[in-house]
Design a protein around this ligand. Structure first.
Ligand code: KIV
Ligand code: ZN
Length: 385
């Protein structure tokens, strides 16, 4: 079994979600919960971006002891100096320094030739290693970079002192097959690749961030970056809770494990949703309101006979407490009877039959039939008979 490190960027890339602006207390509350949740690394912010970011990264670095704290820096000395000032109080400070490697970014953002980009990356990694014990280097827009160039610059930054190499799908453009192939290409073509952790960082523009992250794990990645509830720039980042539950549920396939305390999943997700003001869609995997609700009669019947017929993740695993069987117009007699028994009613078959008809009439008018509705139905029936 391989350990996969979880790098949480809810407080940096996640906070880049349009409309989200967390204050210092809120960031600290989230950082504490992330520590409890068991992430390996918290990216607390971008210290050079603003005074507020600097202060919150510094406080989080000084307070959080259960995991490593990092901050983002562009490949410029002043950003690295500011990041060191913010992070030096951490038990395990690490720098996250990035530079773009795709032809389009190198030409239009920097107006520089590829070899000049290699020089800057190497110089900045060397500079940062004077202060930081751990350096993560990211090749921004890696998935649209030319593979031989990506392999070349990766080898050079490793020789310069990088400990983690992160290969972002910055614009959420890649497919699982392509993204996985990029990791295997680097594994084969970078002589010193065995010295570093290889990391994923996927955006969800085409809805493939989680699938891409997992494809990278199949091809040698040992760290996954993402944000709680998948928040982040544009369509967001890979959702940490989905990645963690997928690795757990399909450990037979991925042969990997994480340090995540899965029972803290719901609490972590709810906190991030509340503080960012970003609602969780009802059908969202793992943490959505409907993720464990079975409405159709056929599903409810199978589920009541044996949960595994329609349930691959138990709600308890991720800290969810709710009724899995929701009574509605698609529910069958079996679910109806079981529900009444759970409420304490033991009824004869003929009583169930006539109540079931009334229940169906009601369910046609109402989306969900609640326990109160059922009590009224049974009481009316008893009074009238
Ligand atoms: O998406 C991206 O490329 C990033 C980098 C700064 C790591 O967020
Ligand atoms: Zn990003």
């Amino acid at each position: 079994m391989n350990k996969i490190k979880i790098f949480d960027t809810t407080l940096r890339d996640g906070e880049q979600s349009p409309g989200v602006n967390l204050n210092f207390q809120e960031k600290m509350e989230i950082a504490r919960q992330l520590e409890k949740y068991g992430v390996d690394i918290i990216e607390a912010g971008f210290p050079a971006a603003s005074k507020g970011d600097f202060q919150s990264v510094r406080e989080i670095a000084n307070t959080i002891k259960g995991c490593s704290v990092t901050g983002l820096a562009r490949a410029v000395k002043s950003d690295i100096d500011t990041a060191w000032e913010a992070l030096k109080g951490s038990e395990e400070p690490r720098l996250h320094v990035f530079i773009a490697t795709s032809p389009i970014h190198m030409a239009y953002k920097f107006n520089k030739k590829p070899e000049e980009i290699v020089e800057i990356a190497v110089e900045m990694v060397k500079y940062a290693s004077r202060f930081f014990p751990v350096i993560q280097w990211s090749a921004e827009d890696a998935s649209r970079s030319e593979l031989p160039f990506l392999a070349h610059i990766t080898e050079e930054v490793i020789k310069a002192g990088a400990n983690v190499v992160n290969l972002p799908d910055t614009v959420g453009y890649t497919t699982p097959k392509e993204y996985g192939a990029m990791f295997s290409y680097l594994k084969e073509n970078v002589p010193n690749i065995h010295k570093v952790d290889l990391s994923t960082h996927c955006h969800d523009d085409l809805g493939m961030a989680v699938a891409n992250s997992l494809a990278a794990v199949e091809n040698g990645a040992t760290q996954i970056e993402g944000a709680i509830n998948g928040i982040g720039e544009r369509a967001g980042n890979a959702a940490i809770e989905e990645v963690a539950v997928a690795l757990h549920t399909r450990k037979d396939f991925y042969q990997s494990y994480t340090n995540i305390t899965l029972s803290e999943t719901k609490r972590t997700s709810d906190l991030v949703s509340k503080l960012t003001g970003m609602a969780i869609p009802a059908n969202k995997a793992v943490v959505g309101r409907n993720a464990f609700a079975h409405e159709s009669g056929i599903h409810q019947d199978g589920f009541l006979k044996n949960r595994s017929t329609y349930e691959i993740i138990s709600p308890e695993l991720v800290g969810v407490q709710q009724k899995e069987v929701v009574l509605g117009k698609h529910s069958g007699r079996h679910a109806f009877r079981t529900h009444l028994m759970d409420l304490g009613f033991t009824l004869q078959d003929n009583q169930i039959d006539s109540l079931f008809e009334k229940f169906k009439d009601l369910a046609d008018k109402k989306k969900d039939v609640t326990d109160d509705d059922l009590f009224s139905l049974v009481l009316q029936k008893t009074v009238n008979s």
